[in-house]
Design a protein around this ligand. Sequence first.
Ligand SMILES: NC(=O)c1ccc[n+]([C@@H]2O[C@H](COP(=O)([O-])OP(=O)(O)OC[C@H]3O[C@@H](n4cnc5c(N)ncnc54)[C@H](OP(=O)(O)O)[C@@H]3O)[C@@H](O)[C@H]2O)c1
Length: 286
Amino acid sequence: MSLTDTYTLSNGVKIPVLGFGTWQSADGDVAYKAVKWALDAGYRHIDTAAIYGNESSVGRAIKDAGVPREELFVTSKLWNDAHSHDAALEALDTSLDKLGLDYLDLYLIHWPNPSGIQAQGSDAWKSANADTWRAFEEAYASGKVKAIGVSNFQIHHLEALAQTQNIAPMVNQNFLNPSDQQADLVAYNTAHNILNEAYSPLGTGKLVDLPQVSNLAEKYGKSIPQILIRWSLDKGFLPLPKSTHESYIQANTDVFDFTLTPEDIGSLDKLQSVGELHLDADKATF
Ligand SMILES: NC(=O)c1ccc[n+]([C@@H]2O[C@H](COP(=O)([O-])OP(=O)(O)OC[C@H]3O[C@@H](n4cnc5c(N)ncnc54)[C@H](OP(=O)(O)O)[C@@H]3O)[C@@H](O)[C@H]2O)c1
């Protein structure tokens, strides 16, 4: 496996196995430099979102890096204020415009049950997601997005969507690291040929010094973040580590010359709940 290796989505689209995260990378110089360093370091998969507010800087870095478009995989996400058919299509155009791209490789519904929809009643999210997904299917059919998926969807959200979808989500992006392995959700996604993307593979930085991983780091001659990223890959997930430091950005790619033994994966699996857990989408207040 290497940085340019790919998983194949259910529709045949290839997606590089390691993506670069951009949440909390401030618009302007910070996000621009981070993405530029990432592309220079060989990442070919960039994960952004409308709500990150940095799509313009990400787009500028993509343009300046000069990587041929067909070698790049760019994901963006629909924010919580646009959960309807028309608003979703409009939001997609805005994201494309800011990124300076004429298509996205992957477009995700960021959250299944935004607070605005919760306020409309207990089941409002079902029809909102169904309408939104109809727009996603149209965008997919038109070629504006090469793959479509969801994020932070639990099993009941996926099952509700399945009642009306014509095309199944190809990806479900979730909080996945040794502290929260979401085993039932991961198994459900896998059984339905939905790729498990792992956001916060380093626990948004809170796991990078985890003492329980230092023995493994020493054993493999790697850093704790590298062990955590490798754990994600060895689980068959697609990790999306984020950094704004060039040295970390580079170091986080140095995970392809080893694999963890099943015993070592098992010892990391025992760290469930050692740190934070995923946020319950049905209780999200945004
Ligand atoms: N779909 C969603 O709802 C959702 C939610 C959260 C995240 N995501 C996606 O997943 C990506 C990653 O998740 P995340 O941003 O929560 O965090 P993460 O990748 O788990 O951790 C990032 C943090 O770890 C630090 N770090 C990175 N590499 C390091 C290294 N080698 N050594 C020491 N520290 C290191 C970074 O520091 P510096 O930045 O200071 O370098 C940053 O503070 C996001 O950026 C976003 O693209 C999606």
